[in-house]
Design a protein around this ligand. Sequence first.
Ligand code: NAP
Length: 241
Amino acid sequence: MTTTQKTALVTGANKGIGYAIAEALGRLGHRVVLGARDDAAGADAAARLVAQGIDASALRLDVTSDASVAAAAGELADRVGTLDVLVNNAGVSGAFDPVTWGQDPTTIDLDVLRGVVDTNVYGVIRVTNAMLPLLRRSDAPRIVNTSSSMGSLGRQPGPVMAVYSSSKTFLNGVTVQYARAFADTPVIVNAACPGLVATDFNGFAGDRTPEQGAATAVRLATLPDDGPRGGFFEDDGVVPW
Ligand code: NAP
C-alpha cells in the first residue's frame, strides 16, 4: 500500500451492486474493504477481487447489529487507520408480492417495516457514525448512500412498495441532514440511485448490470473537493426528492 492509496469500505459488498462498486473502486486503485455479514461470502468475494489484482479484503459487518458495527470499526482502525470512502450499500426490500412487486400499506406488517428500516436507514446511521472517526482522518472523506428512485416522492415510479420505497425516502431525508451537519467540513455525502439492476434483490429482473448500477456511486465516491453535497443522483443527473 502506498501512502496516497485511498481506502474504501462498501457494505453489503459480497454480491450485486456492492460487489461491483468495490470492484470499480479497486480498479481505480483504492484499497477496498468488503463489508459482509457472512464471513464465507465476504472472503469469497474478496478473493475474486484479489485474483484480479485488486487490493481487497473482507470485513464482517452486519449493519443491523450495534456490536458487529462497533467490532468492524475497531478492526478497520487497526487494519487501515483511515477511511476515505464509505459506501452504505447494504439493503433489503422486505417481502413483496412476486407478481405485482406490491407492498400494500393497508396491510403492512410493521415487523417487516421495522426490519427494512433497521437495515436501510438505521444501518446507514449506525455504520456512518461508527466509521466517522476514521473518515475524519482522511483529507477528502466521501460517503455514498445507495438509495433508489423508488424513494423519490417527486417521481413515484413502479408499483406501490410501502415498505421499501418509504425506507429509501427516509434514507434520502437522513442523507440531507448529514450533508447539513457536514456543511463546513471536508466530508461530502450524497445519495445514489443505481437504476433497475439485475441482482438477487429483484430475482435478476433488472435491465442493468451491476457494473452499470455501480457507476453513480463510484462517481460520488471519487468527487473532487468542490463536488456536490447532499444530493440525489443517477446516471442522467439529479433524481427529484
Ligand atoms: P443484493 O444483490 O441482494 O445485495 C444486497 C447486499 O446487502 C448483500 O450483500 C446482502 O448480504 C447485504 N445485506 C443485506 N442486509 C444486510 C445486513 N443486515 N448487514 C450487512 N449486509 C446486508 O441487492 P443489490 O441489488 O445489489 O442492492 C444493493 C443496494 O442497491 C440496496 O441498498 C438496494 O436497495 C439498492 N438498489 C437496488 C436496485 C436494484 O435494481 N437491484 C435498485 C435501486 C436500489 P447477504 O448476501 O448476506 O444477504
